[in-house]
Design a binder for this molecule. Structure first.
Ligand SMILES: Cc1cc2nc3c(=O)[nH]c(=O)nc-3n(C[C@H](O)[C@H](O)[C@H](O)COP(=O)(O)OP(=O)(O)OC[C@H]3O[C@@H](n4cnc5c(N)ncnc54)[C@H](O)[C@@H]3O)c2cc1C
Ligand code: FES
Length: 291
């Protein structure tokens, strides 16, 4: 039974913040689109189910025995206790390995790692969330958090873009969010089908449809690199201060907790100092291809 808590404690449970994975059972697999599924995991150790907490935007290292590990964002609500969602696109050995294990099988989990979305920056602000493709996964816990603490901020806007209507993640939930009066949801697709009546084009085009009060807006972006860049520059051009623009970045990970240097990004380690970065802190390296 999934319980919900009123408050959060983000510290990794004892033994989970280092190299050793703990076992979790895949209890459900929800297809999202042709190559992406949401895996619900439940720790074999029941006490971990109770004690594990995470901050929206953090990730776990998921381990497939004999194959390896991959960094995967936690995509469930931070208030869902006892089971953790990870929305995974099947691209390589580990992600396909998790899919092969299937419901009832065991994966290893280390985490939660990294710094998530800065929830303490939202009081009294307009919040604009920009997601592209699977980038909606680490934004989903944030949206759940915002809906729980809705009175703390002013407008909340979700701009989401994906390739086609069938590629949308969390289609039912997006539908439900669209029906709410306290959340503005705009979804755009690159390629429409005959049933699609919404916008067509890249997600940054949606900015023309909303009013941005630059000084009082905080922006959260997660998507492919090209979207992260375009969205960040667009908001800066609209005079949103760099200190109020946050981007979640991806790098190849190994340890996940700042020891191996695999994920170095300029002077930062993405696993430890990110994956969520304030644009003001990475402005000097953000546009450089080779970093
Ligand atoms: C903080 C963070 C959060 C993340 N969150 C998520 C998430 O929520 N969901 C998710 O699905 N992913 C997420 N990722 C990405 C995920 O960690 C990577 O896609 C990971 O590499 C997958 O591991 P894999 O072994 O399945 O694929 P890999 O084998 O590592 O392949 C990854 C990519 O490299 C390509 N590739 C593989 N082998 C080769 C080759 N020989 N030559 C050239 N290209 C190759 C693949 O086509 C694929 O595009 C996240 C990454 C980070 C850093
Ligand atoms: S993955 Fe090892 S330092 Fe970041």
């Amino acid at each position: 039974m999934i319980q919900h808590v009123a408050d959060m404690d983000y510290r990794p449970p004892p033994g989970m913040g280092g190299w050793l994975p703990v076992e979790a059972t895949i209890v459900n697999i929800q297809p999202e689109n042709f190559n992406t599924r949401t895996f619900t995991l439940r720790f074999v150790d029941e006490s971990l189910c109770e004690s594990y907490r995470f901050e929206p935007g953090q990730f776990n290292m998921l381990f497939v025995p004999g194959v390896g590990e991959a960094a995967i964002s936690i995509s469930s609500s931070p208030y869902q206790i006892g089971a953790l969602d990870h929305t995974i696109r099947m691209v390589g050995a580990v992600t396909r390995g998790i899919d092969r294990i299937g419901v009832g099988g065991i994966v290893g989990v280390r985490g939660p790692f990294g710094r998530g979305w800065p929830l303490h920056k939202l009081a009294g602000k307009d919040v604009i969330i920009v997601g592209g493709g699977i980038g909606l996964a680490p934004l989903r816990p944030l949206i759940h958090w915002l809906l729980r603490h809705r009175e703390q901020c002013r407008r909340v806007v979700l701009l989401y873009g994906c390739r086609s209507p069938e590629d949308r993640l969390y289609a039912a939930e997006l539908e439900a969010w669209s029906g709410r009066s306290d959340l503005d949801v705009l979804v755009t697709v690159d390629n429409a089908d005959e049933h699609w009546t919404g916008p067509v084009g890249v997600v940054t085009n949606l900015l023309r449809r909303i009013k941005v009060n630059a000084e009082q807006t905080v922006v959260f972006v997660c998507g492919p690199r090209v979207l992260n860049r375009a969205a960040a520059w667009n908001f800066l051009q609209l005079h949103v201060p760099p200190a109020q623009v946050y981007v979640s970045l991806e790098r190849n990970m190994n340890c996940g907790f700042g020891r191996c240097g695999h994920c170095q990004y300029g002077k930062h380690f993405v696993c430890r100092d990110g994956p969520v970065f304030c644009f003001a802190d990475i402005a000097d390296i953000f546009a450089k291809e080779e970093i």
